[in-house]
Ligand binder design. Sequence first.
Ligand SMILES: Nc1ncnc2c1ncn2[C@@H]1O[C@H](COP(=O)(O)OS(=O)(=O)O)[C@@H](OP(=O)(O)O)[C@H]1O
Ligand SMILES: Nc1ncnc2c1ncn2[C@@H]1O[C@H](COP(=O)(O)OP(=O)(O)O)[C@@H](O)[C@H]1O
Length: 199
Amino acid sequence: MGKHPYIVWHKSFITKADRQDKNNHKSCVLWFTGLSGSGKSSLANALDKKLHSLGIQSYVLDGDNIRHGLNKGLGFSKEDRKENIRRIGEVSKLFVDSGTIVSTAFISPFREDRCSVRELFPEGEFIEIYVRCPLEICEGRDPKGLYKKARSGEIKDFTGISSPYEEPVNPELIIETNSKSLTKSVDIIVDYLQSNKII
Ligand SMILES: Nc1ncnc2c1ncn2[C@@H]1O[C@H](COP(=O)(O)OS(=O)(=O)O)[C@@H](OP(=O)(O)O)[C@H]1O
Ligand SMILES: Nc1ncnc2c1ncn2[C@@H]1O[C@H](COP(=O)(O)OP(=O)(O)O)[C@@H](O)[C@H]1O
């Protein structure tokens, strides 16, 4: 779908830089990607709590929740996942524009889709965090009982079982949730934000 010929971009008076100045920190998207059960939601929410306690404007967009509303109706075919990620990329951009540090917790299994989101942002504002955890551990955790259903064939196209997960090639951070505690993982991300002068 191309751009509409009669729709013109309306510039706002207040810029992203103005909003960042007001907040006293920069804004960015922390793009958590990984298998179901790898720890994306747990990590994004624990980080959000920590950032909030530091007085930072932050927010979490979570796959399960977004699929109840904005992306209700999208399934798990390659095309639907692509559209899911495209929309979240655009929503994340709005959050970053508003001066917020937004954490997104979506499997986002396809490299090409994640790269397209990265291209929406200037250098340094898209931080890809690979939440790495072996499939057998994720399957052992099975917090929602979905792997069991995927193995029995009740759920089709399940990531890691009957649909691919393409690992990030050059993520800004890799967090191994099999060997690192949640607290330690949060500290690593906060350190990254501090050393890159985002907070
Ligand atoms: N077929 C299939 N494959 C993978 N996941 C499935 C599927 N069906 C339902 N679920 C549940 O939906 C959550 C993943 O949604 P996402 O929006 O993150 O997926 S994607 O990025 O579009 O691939 C995922 O949540 P997480 O476990 O938090 O990752 C599952 O709870
Ligand atoms: N170090 C860890 N980091 C994150 N989650 C962990 C860790 N160790 C165990 N877990 C558990 O793994 C599960 C991960 O589930 P969840 O956060 O919903 O993952 P995802 O959003 O990737 O599907 C949770 O039950 C969580 O308590």
